[in-house]
Design a protein around this ligand. Structure first.
Ligand SMILES: NC(=O)c1ccc[n+]([C@@H]2O[C@H](COP(=O)([O-])OP(=O)(O)OC[C@H]3O[C@@H](n4cnc5c(N)ncnc54)[C@H](OP(=O)(O)O)[C@@H]3O)[C@@H](O)[C@H]2O)c1
Length: 281
């Protein structure tokens, strides 16, 4: 069989293909005419991190995989699960793994090692907090309600745009020259959560207040809201461990991978405000 043609028909599996970064990776690959399979519980075939029987069918005839774990590489068992998945992927004949990882999380760094040791070409995309948490995740509702109460204090975070993450992931999935590289992705500026909320208020023309709260108050409020205990524990971990100042510095992964600077949070805020998601009904 002609190797070139055989490769042309091979698919890229995008795990978390309907999520914040995966959806953008799927859109970009599809626009380039690259065959894509979205890997998540709603995919075809379905892929479930918690049901290993679903993994092999999702990996059939796959050349490259974008690995976005859910809910977070820091949860108990994530490293072992990602290791098993990466090993199965290599046994199934995939050539390339691109891992979405988290900055400043010890467990995430162990998951990176598992992917690096699996036996395929690898690229690690290690990211700071996503800007899109304010519009496509648990911070969207408080923004809409006009008050964002968080135990975030004054520690600044270099929020990174999910569109930049997707651009880097697609480069790593489709181009040569990114294998064996670990890219640390941040935005171009350090912002406190109060700064970020102020940018969103400016862009959306609304009054949105940032209210600092203690971690105990926050955890209590999430529990009362009905969030399951493991989700509360994960969010508490992120706000204490990861936001202790260890990530309060910029990194140059977007520039290194793409040869251009990262998008500004203010651009994200303008684009997202224009989409209407922060407009009250
Ligand atoms: N958010 C951040 O700021 C941030 C920062 C750094 C790193 N990260 C890393 O990014 C990764 C993704 O986090 P995210 O917050 O951006 O989530 P996300 O990608 O928006 O998560 C949603 C996606 O996960 C899928 N999903 C949910 N449960 C699943 C399951 N049991 N099996 C397979 N797929 C499942 C969903 O599709 P279905 O509903 O169809 O299953 C959807 O595609 C995590 O590993 C996290 O550590 C996040």
């Amino acid at each position: 069989m002609d190797t070139e043609n055989a490769q042309e028909t091979k698919t890229t599996l995008v795990l978390g293909g309907t999520g914040k970064t995966g959806r953008r990776v799927v859109e970009r690959l599809t626009a380039r005419g690259i065959p894509v399979r979205g890997g998540s519980r709603s995919g075809e075939p379905p892929f479930d991190w918690e049901d290993r029987i679903t993994w092999a069918p999702a990996l059939r005839d796959v050349e490259s995989v974008y690995v976005s774990y859910f809910p977070d590489l820091a949860v108990p068992g994530a490293v072992a699960t990602v290791r098993s998945f990466a090993e199965l992927a290599v046994e199934s004949g995939i050539r390339r793994l691109v891992l979405l990882s988290g900055r400043g999380e010890e467990e995430a760094q162990r998951a990176e090692l598992a992917v690096q040791q699996a036996g395929a070409e690898w690229t690690i995309v290690r990211c700071s907090w996503f800007s899109q948490n304010f519009s496509e995740s648990y911070l969207a509702e408080p923004v809409l309600a006009g008050e964002v109460a968080l135990p975030a204090g004054d520690v600044p975070e270099p929020f990174v745009d999910a569109d930049d993450i997707a651009d880097v992931a697609v480069a790593a999935l489709t181009q040569e020259g990114h294998a064996g590289r670990l890219y640390e992705l941040t935005g171009p500026r350090l912002l406190t959560f109060a700064d970020a909320v102020a940018e969103i208020a400016r862009a959306s023309g609304r009054q949105i207040r940032f209210a600092p709260v203690t971690i105990e108050q926050y955890v209590g409020a999430l529990g009362e809201y009905g969030l399951p205990d493991d989700a509360v524990a994960l969010i508490a971990y992120l706000f204490t461990e990861v936001l202790d100042g260890r990530n309060a510095r910029l990194a140059d992964g977007v520039e290194l991978a793409l040869g251009r600077p990262p998008r500004h949070f203010a651009d994200y805020a303008r684009r997202t405000a224009a989409s209407g998601v922060w407009a009250p009904e």
